[in-house]
Design a protein around this ligand. Structure first.
Ligand code: NAD
Length: 296
């Protein structure tokens, strides 16, 4: 058996097109949705992400504001920028690019963002709203996985789901989303005993670990749908390449469907950031929210 390869790049393009269509449909005299991205320091990977976010925001017909701060910026200065953006009626989404430099308390900064504009879904209010089944801003990467899963499987109710990884940005919100979809959810992590056995239960397997090719084909239940969130840079045969947390070559022989790395979950993250900005805009302006783009 060879798995269906889930084309996240194409699906992300369709999400961005739906967002752009909704933006284009707004009354001519209304403010367009605005997304502010704050980058502290000069981490090269973060610079690339921020550039891509800006380009795709503008392509969707939204306003993009970028705040670039030096790596030695004091926390108070960053908090002042967030306070200004919270109060700015032309800004509907605020994203603070992680990681932040060591002098800055990340949790304090994330909790300074107005929860209504928290398009990353990291504010404790949104974490709590998601966990208690209330409308929330949902973190972008798990939201992207959910959209891909719904597209392939339809209803997820009653399915056995295993999430490997329990980070605040991927693993935990992913587990909450799957629980809300009425899956039976297991969260595995670095202290899980017999990870292979736990993975073999999964009809839906989400890998968000950060360990190249940790999950092999013989850990996968035949026919399972596999979301490989991992993005790992490895040196092979003298060349740098990106690989996932799943050993694609062996997994593709067993799974029913699998996301490749790159081109699977990755492109969904920015598409969902734009979807979240639109959702935040609609909620702030009392407009109907597109349920299939909002996630929760
Ligand atoms: P993290 O380091 O915060 O968390 C990793 C989790 O994996 C932890 O909960 C840990 O318990 C678990 N873990 C570590 N080693 C393990 C092992 N040997 N067995 C089982 N569990 C183990 O990472 P994260 O931020 O959640 O990111 C995970 C991966 O997803 C990374 O490769 C990251 O680059 C990628 N990522 C991709 C996107 C995207 O596609 N847009 C977004 C975010 C993260």
């Amino acid at each position: 058996m060879t798995a269906e390869i889930i084309d996240g790049k194409a699906f992300a393009a369709s999400v961005r097109a739906r967002v752009a269509a909704r933006v284009a449909d707004l009354p001519r005299d209304s403010i367009v949705p605005g997304l502010a991205v704050i980058l502290v320091g000069d981490d090269p990977a973060s610079q690339v992400y921020v550039r891509n976010k800006r380009r795709q925001t503008i392509e969707a017909g939204m306003r993009s504001e970028e705040v670039r701060l030096g790596g030695d910026t004091p926390e108070a200065e960053l908090l002042a920028h967030i306070a200004r953006l919270n109060a700015d009626p032309t800004i509907h989404g605020i994203l603070v690019q992680l990681p932040l430099p060591a002098q800055i308390d990340t949790l304090r900064v994330l909790d300074a963002v107005d929860p209504a504009k928290d398009v990353d879904g990291f504010h404790v209010t949104n974490v709590g709203r998601l966990a208690t089944g209330q409308p929330a801003m949902v973190p972008c990467t798990p939201l992207g996985c959910l959209m891909l899963l719904r597209d392939r499987l339809g209803s997820l109710a009653g399915r056995e789901a295993v999430v490997v990884g329990r980070s605040n940005i991927v693993g935990k919100p992913m587990a909450q989303l799957l629980l809300r979809e009425n899956c039976t959810v297991t969260v595995a992590h670095s202290r899980t005993a017999d990870l292979a056995d736990v993975c073999r239960r999964a009809e839906i397997l989400v890998a968000a670990v950060g360990r190249p090719r940790l999950i092999r084909g013989d850990w996968i239940r035949p026919g399972a749908t596999v979301m490989d969130v991992g993005i790992n840079r490895v040196e092979e045969d003298g060349a740098a390449r990106l690989v996932g947390d799943v050993d694609f070559e062996s997994a593709v022989e067993v799974a029913g469907a699998i996301t490749p790395v790159p081109g699977g979950v990755g492109p969904m993250t920015i598409a969902c950031l734009l979807a979240n900005t639109l959702t935040a805009y609609c909620r702030l302006h009392g407009l109907p929210v597109a349920a299939e783009l909002a996630g929760a």
